[in-house]
Write a protein that binds this ligand. Sequence first.
Ligand code: GLC
Length: 433
Amino acid sequence: MINPETTARLDTKAQQILRANDKGGYTVPTKGLYPFQWNWDSALTALGIACFDADRAWREIETLLFAQWDNGMIPHIVFWQHQEGYFPGPGEWQSGRTPPTSGITQPPVAATIVRQLANFLPGDHSIRVTPMLHALDRWHQWFADARDPDGRGVVAIMHPWESGRDNLPDWDAPLAHIDTSHVGAFMRRDTQLVNAAERPRNHDYDHYMALVQFGRNCQWDVKTIAEKCPFWVAEPGMNAILRRAERDLVALAMQFNLPGIVTRATHRLARLDHGFNQLWSDIAKGYTTLDLRNNKLEHRLSSGSWLSIYGGPENEKRAEIHFSTLNRWRQKIRFALPSFDPGDPAFDDIRYWRGPVWAMINWMIATGLTEHGRPDMADQLADDTAALINQSAFREYFSPVTGKGGGGKDFSWTAAMWLYWASPSAHQKTETQ
Ligand code: GLC
């Protein structure tokens, strides 16, 4: 248990981090390693900002939505400022936008965050929230049209970075089909700033760059991407997050009296709820990644598998399976929840998304656990997250085995999750909605 003095010290430090990472209208994930606005980082970070500055929290979302493309996509990075040497920067993406952006998207947590903010912050939010809901509706429609053109009820990603879980072992097999012979030489910046053992390997990066080149060569044309992109994968994290976002968008549109959005989002949601079942693996006993190009289901579990209970209501039998697998995983590690199955040979406790614990994923899963009648398991996740932060400060992620912190320091979403949820003084525990 964390004592009141430590809590107060960490509360203050978390606020300081969010203020120091504030670039005026948007918050960088961390200085140096990630010096621009990142999509889901920004949305999740707004929850932490809301704990001390309501107006600034709304602004964070507004700034992100401002970068929306004409086709509805909200990009994964917005390059608000020039930063010499950042790789891959605007020149590699060639988005043709002002401000420049990347050409891909990221998990659409924003609608869920807007709903959290609207419930959490006092006052009448309709003037601010209404334009946001229109933008979110267009983004979600883009997912349906561009990423599920066949209407099968799961959306695809065209790059591992879109999942937000960059080097998850699930991508190894689908990436192996990609030709990287034309990629050429490039200089990574991340491994100059962070220990290379904690980052994706060079081999992975060649594949990441081959996909960036594919996208820019077709000028990010969604039809060409859907038909020909060599990486075309449906994964449970992205799909669960979108399902939840649609559900939250329906609720918000009802609350703010926008019947057109209610109708469209309800329709999309029904399709996603139905389609999600395609990701179920009887072998892994959970939701796993489906490689749509090669029609192959990965039978391995990751933190994305648990996000299913955040995404939507799960039937009792499957919910019980999730709970018992979660307890089994717990026996193998000290801190939950690892981003990849700790019993799998590809598990690596400190390499990014191949094992480490991420605070914001814990918050999402805890939210789902509470909603599925397991506040005890949700509290355990909050306690583990708090213990990790207490031991290793506000790092990007943590080893589930030793608790050691990895990646960037003074990380915005870790600070935000502390303030909003994991701190013993947090206003908001995982409430049922
Ligand atoms: C890494 C993470 C991604 C995050 C970004 C900025 O790419 O994998 O999820 O959005 O860093 O923090």
